[in-house]
Design a protein around this ligand. Structure first.
Ligand code: SAH
Length: 195
C-alpha cells in the first residue's frame, strides 16, 4: 500500500477518534468532579501521549520533516494495521458508550460516579486502554517511519504502566469491596480467561 493511502487512513482514524469522544466529553461536563488525582505526573503523562500519538505522527503525515527515518513495510503488515485500527475504534466507542458519564481523561471521580461492571466492562477492567494499545500497534504498522510509527506505543506504554495501578487504587478507595470482587472476575486489558 502506498504511503499516501496509509497517511490518509491514519488521519481519518484521528478524526473518527474525536467524533467518538466529543459527545461523551460534553456529557461529562455536567457530572461534577469530586476527587481529582491529576498530579503533576498525570499531567506530564498526558503531554507525553499527546506528543507520541498526535503531534509526532501528524508531523509525519503533513510534512517531510521525519522522512529521513522512513522504511518499507510489506502490504500484509498494512492490512493487519488497518484491521487493528478498526477493532481499536470499535472498542474505543464501546468503552465510552458503556462508561457513559463516568469517563474522565485523567484520574478523577465524579459526583454521580457509579461503578460500571456490565457491557464490555463485564470481562475487562480497562477496555479503553485495550483500544489505545491496539491503536498504538496500528500506528506502528500503518506508519513506516521509525519515529512516527513507534512514538505512540512508547508514550502510551509509559502512561499505562504508571497510571493503571493508581487508577485501580482510586477505584478501590471509592468502591472498596465492590471493586475488589470486580477485580477478581476481570482481566486488566484482556478477558481473564486469556490471562
Ligand atoms: N481505565 C478505564 C477507564 C478509562 S477513563 C478503561 O480503560 O476502560 C478513566 C476514568 O474512568 C477514571 O478516572 C475512573 O474514574 C473511571 N473508571 C475506570 N473504571 C471504571 C469503572 N469500572 N466504572 C466506573 N468508572 C470507571
Amino acid at each position: 500500500m502506498d504511503t499516501l493511502t496509509l497517511k490518509i487512513v491514519f488521519f481519518a482514524g484521528i478524526v473518527l477518534f474525536f467524533f467518538i469522544r466529543y459527545p461523551y466529553q460534553q456529557q461529562n461536563k455536567k457530572n461534577q468532579i469530586t476527587d481529582d488525582r491529576k498530579t503533576s505526573q498525570e499531567k506530564f503523562l498526558l503531554v507525553l501521549v499527546f506528543l507520541g500519538m498526535l503531534l509526532i505522527p501528524n508531523i509525519y503525515v503533513f510534512s517531510p520533516l521525519l522522512s529521513f527515518a522512513d522504511y518499507q513495510l510489506p502490504e500484509t503488515v498494512s492490512i493487519v494495521g488497518i484491521l487493528l485500527y478498526a477493532i481499536s475504534m470499535y472498542l474505543f466507542w464501546k468503552s465510552h458508550h458503556d462508561l457513559g458519564q463516568n469517563w474522565s481523561p485523567s484520574l478523577e471521580m465524579r459526583a454521580e460516579h457509579t461503578l460500571i461492571t456490565n457491557g464490555i466492562y463485564k470481562s475487562i477492567r480497562h477496555p479503553m486502554y485495550t483500544s489505545v494499545w491496539l491503536w498504538c500497534l496500528a500506528q506502528a504498522l500503518l506508519l513506516p517511519n521509525y519515529i512516527a510509527g513507534f512514538s505512540g506505543i512508547t508514550s502510551f506504554a509509559i502512561l499505562y504502566f504508571l497510571r493503571v495501578s493508581n487508577e485501580e487504587k482510586m477505584m478501590l478507595d471509592q468502591f472498596g469491596d465492590e471493586y475488589q470482587s470486580y477485580m477478581q472476575s476481570t482481566g486488566r486489558v484482556l478477558p481473564k480467561l486469556f490471562f
